[in-house]
Design a protein around this ligand. Structure first.
Ligand SMILES: [Zn+2]
Length: 99
């Protein structure tokens, strides 16, 4: 990645907040209050599901994986997304030495 975008991401004048938005909205921005909202739970769940489908079904191409991920997400409850992502976050934060 180009150095200028890394500097922009690290030094720009905005806050980041982790909030639940919806199953299929991973983030949003409020320009007036300069806040970028990240739906960390859906981000983690969607990526995990996508990569898991790659793992289980190597015969699918990328387009098929994206389509299958989208379809599977529709059938998964908000509670399951939050619980699974919280479990993963807790596990990996502990491994990284966080809390
Ligand atoms: Zn992929």
């Amino acid at each position: 990645m180009k150095k200028w975008i890394i500097n922009q991401l690290l030094e720009a004048d905005y806050r980041i907040e982790m909030v639940w938005i919806s199953k299929d909205i991973l983030g949003s921005i409020d320009r007036e209050s300069k806040i970028i909202y990240l739906n960390l739970w859906s981000i983690i769940y969607e990526i995990l599901l996508h990569e898991f489908i790659h793992y289980k079904s190597p015969e699918y191409d990328e387009e098929e994986i994206v389509e299958k991920t989208f379809k599977m997400l529709k059938g998964i409850s908000v509670q399951e997304i939050i619980q699974t992502s919280n479990t993963l976050l807790k596990k990996y934060c502990e491994e990284l030495g966080g809390e």
